[in-house]
Write a protein that binds this ligand. Structure first.
Ligand SMILES: [Zn+2]
Length: 101
């Protein structure tokens, strides 16, 4: 499934990534790989996580909920990737005040 085939509610969550990253080049391509990092790095990469965390200052719940909405999209679009791996990649890092690389 590519970006143009996404249902409207899914597109909104995905389109909000660009707004939240606000000019940061670490955007996902349609296969959820970072467009900027070298070596097929799965998105969100470390720079994207840092920028996303900055958009939710002190609001780890809000960040976690937003990333959870993207996790739902990712689960649909990467059906062969284990769900636990996607949860780790999209949501688990949103816990607590420290953003881990
Ligand atoms: Zn990146």
């Amino acid at each position: 499934m590519n970006a143009t085939e996404r249902p409207a509610h899914v597109s909104r969550a995905v389109q909000a990534i660009a707004v939240r990253l606000d000019g940061n080049p670490h955007q996902p391509d349609p296969s959820w790989t970072c467009r900027t990092c070298v070596g097929e790095v799965g998105w969100p990469c470390s720079p994207a996580r840092t920028r996303l965390a900055e958009t939710y200052p002190g609001d780890w719940v809000g960040l976690s909920i937003y990333m959870g909405s993207l996790l739902i999209v990712a689960l649909t679009e990467m059906p062969t990737t284990p769900p636990a791996e996607l949860h780790e990649r999209f949501v688990s890092w949103t816990r607590g005040p420290a953003v881990k690389p």
